[in-house]
Design a protein around this ligand. Structure first.
Ligand SMILES: Cc1cc2nc3c(=O)[nH]c(=O)nc-3n(C[C@H](O)[C@H](O)[C@H](O)COP(=O)(O)OP(=O)(O)OC[C@H]3O[C@@H](n4cnc5c(N)ncnc54)[C@H](O)[C@@H]3O)c2cc1C
Length: 394
């Protein structure tokens, strides 16, 4: 039997979608020589998929922050989630911002998986790290949105679209404006996703301002209700009393850039990877990257992050079993963009291949099946903690 001391570490930076599928597989297949150490600054997995709804509707906030402790059934010989922020990466170790049991402030590794994701403005993702703060922040959004009479949402990606519909459904009397710089929604998806979405928003009574770019204040909008006027490039002026930004995704690549500036895409700031998902820097063949942080043609969704993570694991297992870097396999993306836009309790637009060919379907099929917590139970299942009342405050 191999003792903990001699086991080598595979370290992940981030423990979200890009790493979770990989971790579940690792639990089944882990060789006796290595452990998976997932470093995550958030105390709980943030089930962001439901944040647009939970910023408006109350009662299920606790369900959206899921503990990590049982992911490896408490067998830390196989794997462990360490809660800390990585503050520096070196060739064979990372530095943490705090002391953690067993490791102190330094964790050595043989292989690194960089899965640090992206930043977007609140409430799409919350800029806090504990469950308590996260629940409080969602409640703050609920109360500010309730107070507002004329909210303006800037950016109509999935988050902006869902948020606009949730607000208008909960508060039909509010005057909700959704601004989008492009002339169609969800450009990576079928044309019919755009038209069905447009019609659902129209039915809800959302004012849609398309094909015109908002000129934004440098520091965004404060989270308070007070008169605002948003100007557009084309010269429109839109009045409201609350601005919510749903644009501006930025990759979390500063850390990797310190050690390996060459692997960062100069135009976009995301991580360039080889087909094998190794970072594109020959000095660090033992560094892999996966998920939203990667420069890739895959749409940035949990599904693709998960699939990329699995591809990384297959390659790591090859190396651990004695293979060479030349034996690594390319990640083969299925390259089909799938989505379910939850546009309130009864409406949804979905692009799916569940019935065979890739099709877009509207509310008649997709709309009535969304649970109130937008599938949060799935997150609890992945992290192996039963979705039961007694666990919701863990
Ligand atoms: C509101 C919203 C709704 C969405 N809805 C859907 C949906 O319905 N379906 C779908 O498939 N996708 C959806 N997505 C997209 C999906 O959430 C992302 O594609 C997915 O989360 C990407 O996973 P990731 O692991 O690559 O990155 P992330 O989820 O961004 O995770 C990165 C992790 O790294 C951690 N981290 C970063 N830096 C450090 C550090 N220095 N030290 C330690 N930890 C660090 C972060 O805390 C974070 O937990 C949605 C996204 C949002 C924001």
């Amino acid at each position: 039997m191999v003792s903990t001391q001699v086991k080598k570490n595979i370290v992940t930076i981030g423990a979200s979608s890009a790493v979770q599928g990989l971790a579940l597989q690792w639990y089944e297949k882990a060789p006796a020589t290595h452990r998976l150490i997932m470093i995550e600054l958030k105390s709980h997995f943030n089930f962001v998929f439901a944040f647009p709804r939970a910023s408006v509707k109350s009662g299920f906030e606790r369900e959206l922050f899921i503990p990590y402790d049982r992911l490896f059934n408490e067998d830390d010989q196989i794997g462990k989630v360490v809660h800390a922020r990585v503050i520096a990466i070196h060739e064979h170790h990372v530095e943490l911002d705090r002391e953690v049991p067993e490791f102190g402030r330094r964790i050595d590794f043989e292989y690194l998986i960089y899965a640090a994701g992206t930043k977007i403005p609140e409430p799409g993702r919350l800029h806090c790290n504990s469950k308590q703060e996260g629940v409080a922040l969602l409640k703050k959004y609920q109360s500010v949105i309730k107070e507002s009479k004329r909210p303006i949402i800037i950016g109509a990606g999935a988050v902006g679209l869902e948020l606009a519909c949730e607000i208008k459904e909960q508060y039909p009397d509010k005057h909700v404006t959704l601004m989008h710089s492009r002339s169609r929604y969800m450009a990576r998806y079928m044309q019919s996703v755009d038209s069905m979405t447009y019609n659902v928003l129209k039915k809800h009574g959302v004012k849609q301002v398309l094909g015109d770019r908002a000129i934004l204040p440098e520091n965004g909008f404060p989270l308070e209700v007070k008169p605002i006027e948003v100007h557009t490039k084309a010269g429109k002026k839109i009045q409201g009393d609350l601005g919510i930004m749903c644009i501006g995704m930025k990759p979390n690549t500063e850390l990797l850039a310190e050690l390996s500036p060459d692997s960062i895409n100069k135009k976009t700031g995301f991580v360039n990877v080889k087909k094998t998902m190794q970072i594109d820097d020959d000095r660090f063949p033992h560094f892999f990257a996966a998920g939203d942080v990667v420069e890739h043609t895959d749409v940035k969704t949990g599904h693709f992050a998960w699939m990329q993570g699995l591809a990384v694991l297959e390659n790591l297992l090859k190396l651990i079993e004695g293979g060479s870097y030349n034996d690594l396999e390319p990640y083969k993306s299925k390259d089909v963009a799938l989505i379910k836009l939850v546009l309130g309790d009864r409406e949804a637009v979905m692009q799916t291949n569940a019935f065979g060919p890739l099709i877009a379907v509207g509310s008649w099929i997709a709309g009535r099946s969304t649970p109130h917590n937008v599938y949060a139970e799935m997150g609890w299942n992945i992290l192996k903690t039963p979705y039961e009342e007694k666990n919701l405050d863990l």
